[in-house]
Design a protein around this ligand. Structure first.
Ligand code: 5RP
Length: 267
């Protein structure tokens, strides 16, 4: 692996712990004005100090994030569909040249294994890896799941392994029963998405289970920015990811911080 690739990867996965807290705020690329992200700049600003990377689209990066902000960016470079259409029919939306101009630490693209467009999305991943390798840019493959797909270890394991085989440097998937198997069968680091908003106590347990069962961290969105206490939530998730804080202590930490900070939910 060349120096540039290693250097960028070390900006995503912290070398001190081998873990990462990625803050995902790319949802608008197919969901439009997602709850909590109506003003993405306002939402992310207080969270950035506690995130290792920010995952978002080119448009939101350029228009809502101060260029002087010192946070590594994982840029979503796939899209072209909306919640109203066929989500699997994505294409690559950002050139490598523009990604580099935006000084990214990595690029992200979704694959839709099991969909009728599986081949197209997998070949798009392979093409992206080919291009990214040329410039030393890590690729995060997002194992997207359709509404009718079971999120079990067999399916997610299949999607993660294929992503790694095609050259992804990092894979994002969902937590599931037998998650250890998914991680064991995937030769590159795995992070989990948080999924739909669930009570904070459950999101804390989810984060703990994921990292203690082999994930290198989280690439979490809604369970942070849709919390009534987003800063308390990301600070707590950070302690879990980087210090293996146990769920009971993490819940104490969250409730204490939430009480002290009396945060306002984002409108
Ligand atoms: C969409 C994504 C999102 O970034 C991902 O779903 C993470 O966010 P959340 O924790 O809200 O699920 O990649 O495809």
């Amino acid at each position: 692996m060349d120096w540039g690739m290693k250097n960028r990867l070390s900006k995503i996965i912290r070398p001190e712990t081998g873990r990462t807290v990625m803050l995902a705020v790319d949802h608008g690329y197919f969901l439009g004005p997602t709850t909590g992200l109506q003003s993405p700049g306002k939402t992310v600003e207080p969270l950035i100090p506690y995130a290792d990377t920010l995952m978002l689209t080119r448009g939101v990066l350029r228009s809502c994030v101060d260029a002087a902000t010192n946070i590594p960016i994982v840029l979503r470079v796939s899209g072209g569909t909306s919640i109203l259409g066929n989500l699997a029919d994505e294409g690559t939306t950002v050139s490598m040249k523009d990604a580099l101009r935006l000084n990214v630490a990595g690029v992200a693209l979704s694959i839709f294994v099991g969909s009728e467009l599986e081949r197209k999305t997998l070949l798009a991943l392979a093409d992206l890896v080919n291009e990214a390798e040329e410039f030393g840019v890590p690729v995060l493959a997002v194992t997207a799941v359709g509404k009718d797909m079971v999120r079990d270890a067999r399916y997610l394991g299949l999607a993660c392994r294929i992503a790694a085989e095609l050259g992804a440097h990092l894979v994002k998937t969902y937590y599931c029963d037998d998650f250890e198997k998914v991680v064991r069968n995937c030769p590159v680091p795995v992070v989990i998405a948080g999924g739909k908003k669930i009570p904070e106590k459950e999101a804390i347990e989810l984060s703990y289970n994921a990292v203690t069962r082999g994930a290198v961290g989280v690439d979490m969105g809604r369970n942070i920015f849709q919390s009534d206490n987003p800063v308390s939530m990301i600070r707590t998730v950070r302690e879990i990811v980087h210090k293996d804080l146990k769920p009971a202590q993490a819940w104490d930490m969250f409730t204490t911080l939430a009480h002290e900070n009396k945060e306002k939910a984002f409108a």
